[in-house]
Design a protein around this ligand. Sequence first.
Ligand code: ATP
Ligand code: MG
Length: 616
Amino acid sequence: MPQDTEIKNTESQVDKLADASGQGASVETKFETKVDATGEVIGQKLSAYLAPTMKESPAEAEIVSHKLMIRAGLIRKLAAGIYSYLPMGLRSLRKVERIIRTEMNRFNAREVLLPSVQPAELWKESGRFDKYGPELLRFKDRHDRDCVYGPTHEEVITDLIRREVRSFRDLPLNLYQIQTKFRDEIRPRFGLMRGREFIMKDAYSFDADDQGADLSYRAMYQAYVNIFTNCGLRFAVVEADSGPIGGSFSHEFMVLADSGEDALAFCDQCSYASNLEKAKTGDYLIYDAPEAPLEKAHTPGCKHVPRLAAYMKTPESSIIKSMLFEVEGGQPVLVLIPGHREINLIKLKNALDGASPSLASPEEAERLTGVPMGFVTPVGAKVKILADLAIGRMANGVVGAGEADYHFKNAKPGRDFKVDQYWDLNVATQGDPCPHCGAQLTLKRGIEVGHVFKLGTKYSQSMGAKFMNRDGNEAPIIMGCYGIGLGRTVASSVEQSHDSDGIIWPMALAPFQVALLPLQVQNEKVFQAALSLYQELTDLGVETLLDDRDERPGLKFKDADLLGLPLRVTVSEKGLANQQIELKQRKNREVTMLPLENAAKAIKQWRDQALKAFLS
Ligand code: ATP
Ligand code: MG
């Protein structure tokens, strides 16, 4: 039995090593790391861990989550937008991962693992090699072949599927992976929030028809609702811009936080919720002034809306801003919008069938129109004119007269100038009417943690991923894609839940569930009581971090608050004198004294309750 002999040999070698180190039989007990049946660490002594805490936050950390994640020793920066996870940070990441896996598996997505390094040929096939821009990391291998480091995996998965799927019988199919992406973001910042290297769960669905694709989309939507609920996050689902096709083909899952990069519009009354990039409004301007004939007015030096409005004694909303935009690969357009509103560039891009617009500089605008900035006019203009919907409701606007220091009064679209296309072009603002029910819109900020998107046949067309349908005809597969940023989800939790002392973890994402603090480790009674509680807790499956360091109680408390584990259990000389231990909830700082006897079971109940509070 050669195998047995091998094992014996190994054992005796370990013994020899132990003897040599003078530790004898205490090798195992020295580390005291407890693992559960699956090999996961369930109990950890802090003295033997890598969890360096810091008093000060690094200068470059702008938002709370970034500061706290560094200070609590969860992550460390390697280079701009590139971070290492230390053990504690990795534990939270793994929790998000597990929650995601559970729901993805439940909703019939199958896990795969695709390569990060991808041949550029695939990106040339899809047409994205040139389009993607500098965020795409491109490099050559030793044979001078173009490669990219995957910022996303539509190309790779479509390549896989076009080889494996033949008939409608192979569909529907949903594949997901949890894997590292690289995007050379122009402004990596906020730690894990906007990294260059980051971990994403990306899923791709494949369906034979639109109905099936809708079902796949709805399944992922529900899975995402469950995932973010189970993570213990406060989030909202908003409609997202889906490019020129329009329609509700895309939703974003937003963790609500003031520091969020995205602005969101919510209706106070109905369920309307949208990314501001897409948010529509009801009729935000109603004009009821009577019509009057067009009249030229002298407006010396009135280049800007506020000055013009004051000079003309008229509200800014009755002024028509005429702005010249250059269009990628096309003719310039003149865009009209009420004086007090901003143009939403994403909406404008959609109005231009996806061509990117850029505002012409004053010099360029003057060169193209022959009119100085501030006086450009749509009256008699030769360029295409695009106007916001509100312009169509105006009966007597103030508009440039096409010569320096003059405007027209009482301008009416259709009568005094042509409009080639009306489109919803404005940026929604606080208090605008909801497009569905007319109640007021409220603006909030959020962090995009997840994104579901109906792709249609964009990639299956360009890359030839076809299948044989029931009628025996070839058709392109209909796809959807679904992403979640794992690091960003962890960071969002910290961003949403903290106080001046540190992180406040939801039970579901906390690196450990209980911080166990023996206050006087030199006191044998205190330390032994803490150690047996540690054994009992971990035997019961409660993830416990034992702060066995010989440090002052004040420092232990500070570190515990900073790390923010949901339950803090203190074992002290004073408490033990009354056969008690102290339990403190990080969230509300409530203190409960528990009898030492059966303390582990009681703590487990607290843990279970907190876990249940989030479960969907
Ligand atoms: P953003 O608008 O924030 O750049 P995106 O629209 O580019 O996001 P997707 O391509 O839909 O993002 O990626 C799916 C998910 O991956 C996002 O919802 C987000 O959680 C995460 N993610 C995207 N970019 C980053 C990044 N630079 N750092 C960390 N996570 C990211
Ligand atoms: Mg992006």
